[in-house]
Design a protein around this ligand. Sequence first.
Ligand code: KIV
Ligand code: ZN
Length: 515
Amino acid sequence: MDEGLKIGDTMRKDNRVIIFDTTLRDGEQAPGASMNESEKLEIAYALERLGVDVIEAGFPVSSPGDFQSVKAVAKGIKHSIVCGLARSVKKDIDAVQQAIKPAKRGRIHVFVATSSIHMQHKLRKKPHEVLDMAVEAVRYARKKTADVEFSAEDASRSDWDFLCQVVEAVIKAGASTVNLPDTVGYIMPLEYGQMIAHLKNNVPNINKAVISVHCHDDLGLGVGNSLSAILNGARQVECTVNGIGERAGNASMEEIVMALKTRFDVYGCQTNIRTREIHKVSRLVSKYTGFPVAPNKAIVGSNAFRHESGIHQDGVLKERATYEIMQPEDVGFVGVGLVLGKHSGRHAFKVRLQSLGFDLKDDEVDRAFERFKDIADKKKQVYDEDLMAIVEDEFKLIKPTWTLVDLSSTSGMKITPQVEVTLRSKGKNHCHGSSGDGPVDACYKAIDAMTKLKGKLLEYSIQSVTQGKDALGEVTIKVKMADKIVIAHGTSTDILVASAKAYINAVNKVIAQGH
Ligand code: KIV
Ligand code: ZN
């Protein structure tokens, strides 16, 4: 029979696509993206608010830190399923079982590679041995929990007949989800769709399990491949926020969700995602991984809904649909409207924050309002993005040991930069002046002298939060301090102050981690 469904064939009863988010597991495998437990927990809460069905929180056997993070997520999350990854070996499965024990709804996700290239060179096993491993692992995991997912790693480069055999056997052994990853981002959308259709048509018990897909973006086709699979019967997609992940990353969650929503006419499928939360989660993931989102990134890039050309602007003003296929508000994009100025009152400020999704206590509103007034004095226009940066900067998870009181600097082309910094700790002010290779270097030396923590700056980047000469600058740094590597941020209209704040935040993080 003809392999592969055609557009329009998908209006079926089972039209709900399960969103399986692996930002905290595969996303965190991106080089340099590691996050600490409290950051992961905050992201997990944001994913739950977003409406993600399954949160893959980590790979518990890989490190004690990962184990603890999965456990913390399992404890905190009430509605989403919390999942942990395991190779098809008992000790991995035991580790997941322990880590997800506190979860209201937990899942064990076991995997083994099924392609000849992986079986021969990586596993050094014959296909029948791999088949046995898969079945045994699923049986063992089913003794621990009812919800077991099996992944055939490198499925897209596996022999289709062997894949059918493995999938049939693991479903028989009790897997309720079978995942068929394009592990190396190799397959093309047409082929992937045909592969899913082949499994649907040739595995006799396939209706007893949900078909899942998991695509990497090595050829830029992660989202396209996932959508092609959905068109052919896959009903779970594994994806990450901002598309972060191994190498070129994973399929981007926001792009898949918005493609399904915008082109319902093609896919006929829905998700449980509250799309208005998308931007907030994207910012959070970017903040904690230290990976900035490219301005032209679909759905969550700062330019994704901005029109520059006169013809486009004219068209949008006359009728939005001329150049907009989605409403920016639908994904929580708030960066275009002018909101408050220096004459705005506390009440208007509080209401605006609420509409941006920040429900602060009264004393927190007071603190944020003070900061807002400060910025409104310096900036002509305060945008929603500025407000979000203020709140995110002001209410960090870490209780600060050191805070910035004052900073003054002299620099120029012909003089050595001098910076004087005043910090406060335990009710006492400390002041120190330093010179350096540049004002940021001088500032960081002064902070090192007072905190007695010598930091090595590994990465430094600055992004403007909004547009214009008076925009808020957001500095992101990666620093090595006391043998720990931390990512920290700071915002201000003055880039040296933003740099100092980022560095002090790094110091506070290291102290909070038990230095
Ligand atoms: O890319 C992959 O194959 C994976 C599996 C472990 C699901 O991440
Ligand atoms: Zn992967």
